[in-house]
Design a protein around this ligand. Structure first.
Ligand code: SAH
Length: 496
């Protein structure tokens, strides 16, 4: 989730707020051949694709809305849009206070100390770095720990968006040129001539068994596509067919017989009927206001889909719910793949064992501690909740992170790792010393500036209602220790 509470000026220690723009394109309409007016070119393209292939899985819709080259939410700065910050669509923890990134930097320093203070082979990897603020705050902090700073060989930034890659480059490297490489792009950090390397997926970050990767993903997993399923009772007659992109196919009598019990059905996306109203579409009142009715709708697929036959069977957590009619579950296979990749790089895998497990990953995001997310897809635009099925490409889409699923994926991928948490962000940051760091920062300040620092750190740890300290969680993947240690912020001390 993105924080949409009334925005607060980012820690004044960071200096003046950056220039931001209000979106101005809501009035632009795009027409299709049937003369239906679409809010964006992406809406038109999605509708044409669905007309050709039939309703698409929610995950496919989400992926297109966020990262399509044709105006995906993160992909361009068209129309002067800026996603982050007070005047953008949402604000994130690193943008609220510099202390957030500083403490993540310290967390990695503590892991580096505990893991034997390696003198080389250390890599910092950030997934989904937004404006680059978190990495900038981390690098500035780690620079003060010279032996660790000199052990870092490269910083990898996994970023799908060319526009955000450019913003990150400006912040981290200033005027140093950015060059294209075989795996992505590269420039040089303003701190200590470190190479900063951009790739579009973690798959392109070289995986070397001798390296020690320190990986951070803040508000990345909530942007990964989800599939949503509902269990239906055995009496439903549509169990003898399967829905595929080429249409509905009848199953053989043997295959149909095997599927006589409760079944999962996938939620799929299709255009709303022309002229449908908010009432017809049951749009929640809070999302109606001045917005036109959404152009897309979620419906339950009439027959099984390839995903509904496979994904809900991969974990006993999902299987246990199948026989409860109307159970809803969300599954993000791309999230599982990322968690597996983190674990393998830290702990090695059966196919590519590591001599000694090393490195750590910290995942900070929004989601329940141990339950499976349901109905969690949300749309945010200009700090307001809007329908996630409206204005594709102009609305930020995110969904709750299933931390237990990430832990399962990591533990299943590598025998060399253990998982700690999730713990509430408030507990994690207080354990890392946010209060003490804020007091130091506030010493030389007065008036509004002091209040700004105070308000910002308190907002990050606020555990009331839907406070960020409560709804955001932190989870760590670290080398397996046979339960002998806990990382700092997760109940442990530095074992230096
Ligand atoms: N971590 C930042 C930004 C969070 S927004 C912060 O907290 O401020 C999500 C980030 O992930 C953006 O940088 C977005 O461009 C990137 N992103 C989203 N989907 C992605 C994908 N599939 N692959 C790589 N990056 C992605």
């Amino acid at each position: 989730m993105r924080s949409i509470l009334s925005s607060q000026v980012r820690n004044c220690m960071r200096g003046a707020a950056r220039g931001r723009y209000k979106t101005s394109c809501s009035a632009v309409r795009w027409s299709s051949s049937e003369a239906r007016q679409w809010s964006t070119p992406l809406a038109k393209q999605l509708s044409e694709a669905i007309t050709a292939t039939g309703p698409i899985p929610l995950a496919a819709f989400m992926r297109m809305c966020l990262t399509s080259d044709l105006g995906g939410y993160y992909m361009s700065k068209q129309e002067g849009r800026d996603q982050f910050g007070q005047k953008g669509d949402f604000i994130t923890s690193p943008e609220i206070s510099q202390i957030f990134g500083e403490l993540i930097g310290i967390w990695f320093v503590a892991e580096w100390m505990t893991q034997g203070r390696k003198s080389k082979g250390v890599e910092l990897v950030e997934i989904g770095p937004g404006r680059g603020t978190l990495m900038d705050d981390m690098l500035r902090t780690i620079r003060n720990f010279k032996p660790m700073a000199s052990s870092i060989e490269a910083v990898y930034m996994v970023e799908a968006s060319p526009a955000l890659r450019e913003a990150q480059k400006q912040l981290l490297c200033g005027d140093s040129p950015m060059t294209e490489t075989s795996i992505g792009h590269q420039s040089i950090s303003k701190y200590a001539n470190l190479p900063i390397i951009w790739t579009e997926s973690i798959r392109f970050v070289p995986s070397d068994q001798d390296k020690t990767p320190f990986i951070v993903a803040h508000e990345f997993f909530d942007a990964l596509p989800i599939h949503a399923f509902q269990s239906i009772s055995p009496s439903d007659s549509a169990q003898e067919t399967i829905q595929t992109p080429t249409g509905e196919h009848k199953l053989s009598p043997e295959a149909a017989a095997k599927r006589k019990g409760p079944q999962w059905r996938e939620m799929v996306v299709s255009p709303t009927p022309p002229g449908a109203t908010h009432t017809d579409l049951h749009t929640p009142k809070s999302q109606q206001s001045s917005n036109p009715p959404p152009e897309f709708q979620l419906t339950l697929s009439k027959a099984a889909t390839p995903h509904s036959l496979y994904l809900p069977e991969i974990s006993p957590r999902y299987r246990a719910l199948k026989s409860l009619p109307d159970s809803l579950i969300e599954i993000s296979p791309e999230s599982h793949a990322y968690a597996q990749e983190f674990a393998k790089r830290i702990g090695g895998s059966k196919d590519a064992p590591k001599k000694q497990a090393s490195g750590a990953a910290i995942i900070l995001d929004y989601g329940p501690s141990d339950t499976i997310p349901t109905n969690s897809l949300r749309g945010i635009r200009e700090h307001k909740r809007v329908s996630p099925l409206s204005s594709p490409g102009l609305v930020d889409l995110s969904a709750d992170v299933d931390f237990t699923a990430l832990a399962e994926a990591a533990l299943g991928a590598s025998p060399g790792v253990e998982v700690h948490g999730p713990v509430e962000q408030g507990q994690f940051l207080l354990g890392m010393g946010i209060r003490e760091r804020a007091e130091i920062l506030m010493k030389g300040l007065e008036g509004e500036k002091k209040k700004g620092v105070e308000g910002a750190w308190r907002r990050l740890v606020d555990r009331g209602g839907s406070g960020m300290g409560k709804v955001y969680k932190a989870m760590a993947i670290v080398p397996e220790s046979g339960g002998r240690r806990r990382p700092v912020g997760f109940g442990g001390d530095v074992d230096a």
